[in-house]
Design a protein around this ligand. Structure first.
Ligand SMILES: NC(=O)c1ccc[n+]([C@@H]2O[C@H](COP(=O)([O-])OP(=O)(O)OC[C@H]3O[C@@H](n4cnc5c(N)ncnc54)[C@H](OP(=O)(O)O)[C@@H]3O)[C@@H](O)[C@H]2O)c1
Length: 256
């Protein structure tokens, strides 16, 4: 058996939305697996403290200011990473927002807010990464952070679920489109992990009750996302392409 199948040594990873929650945890996991990591987001002070943590642990990391809804910001962030670390060959498209609302009360601007970050942001960042990899004649792996709501439905989540459904379809289609360039595209569909996105809800009685009703009867630990990401990012996942991998303690398999 090949020893270093899961290593990311020599890879340059970019993680969007790495200033908190899932993105920060994934960035740390990628660095531990040997990748040089660019952590991206709008809250630069958060990125700086994550970079300090990684570099003092002997990892190579930089922070880049990135708003995934802004083309110029995307280009500028990729320029910075390319100059400092090299061409991005592992992209984790993780930046996302939620704003649960009844369908009838969802205004056009509510829908735009969700789609601009969760779907179009993911799309434009992937396109920029693909163009640069193709120009550099390098292979790569893109991992889109979708959600269990990319396939399933939940009350009050129509806009968010639609954005993640679009991410899933984009994942499958890009896998086919980019295969000829040696770029694999997969998604991870997390179940529930406590982050700034849902902290307030899971702190309520209703939130705690909900946790007891889902199959694992607990939230995921952020570290439980790292192994699946490394599998998809590394050569260990060389024939995994166009997949949507649930990491949710069987939530997706559950019928209430
Ligand atoms: N937590 C869960 O249970 C769960 C479940 C399924 C899927 N997810 C998905 O996991 C991803 C991460 O969410 P999280 O739970 O870790 O929530 P979080 O802690 O709120 O993190 C969201 C991240 O997205 C970034 N972001 C938001 N808008 C952005 C923009 N316009 N440009 C760049 N970055 C932006 C934020 O960074 P800045 O504010 O610094 O820009 C932040 O780092 C999201 O795609 C979410 O949909 C989460």
């Amino acid at each position: 058996m090949e020893e270093n199948r899961f290593t990311l040594a020599g890879k340059v990873a970019l993680v969007t939305g790495a200033s908190s929650g899932i993105g920060a945890a994934i960035a740390k996991g990628l660095a531990e697996a040997g990748a040089c990591v660019a952590v991206a987001g709008r809250r630069v002070e958060r990125l700086t403290s994550l970079v300090d943590e990684l570099t003092s642990a002997g990892k190579r990391a930089i922070g880049v200011c990135l708003d995934v809804t802004d083309f110029e910001s995307i280009k500028h962030a990729f320029d910075q990473v390319e100059t400092t670390l090299g061409t991005v060959d592992v992209l984790v498209n993780n930046a996302g927002v939620a704003n649960p609302k009844n369908f009838i009360k969802t205004a056009p601007e509510d829908l735009d807010f969700i789609m601009a970050t969760n779907f179009r942001g993911c799309w434009h960042v992937a396109q920029e990464a693909a163009k640069r990899l193709i120009a550099a004649d390098k292979s790569g792996s893109f991992i889109n952070i979708s959600s269990v709501l990319g396939e399933g439905a939940q009350l009050g989540q129509s806009a968010y679920a639609a954005s993640k459904g679009a991410v899933n379809q984009m994942t499958r289609n890009l896998a086919i489109d980019l295969m000829r360039y040696g770029i694999r595209v997969n998604a991870i569909a997390p179940g529930w992990f406590r982050t700034e996105m849902n902290d307030a809800y899971f702190a309520t009685e209703a939130g705690q009750k909900y946790i007891q009703q889902i199959p694992p009867r607990r939230l995921g630990d952020l570290n439980e996302l790292i192994g699946p990401v490394i599998l998809l990012a590394s050569d260990a996942g060389s024939f995994v392409n166009g997949a949507i991998l649930p990491v949710d303690g069987a939530l997706h398999a559950h019928i209430t």
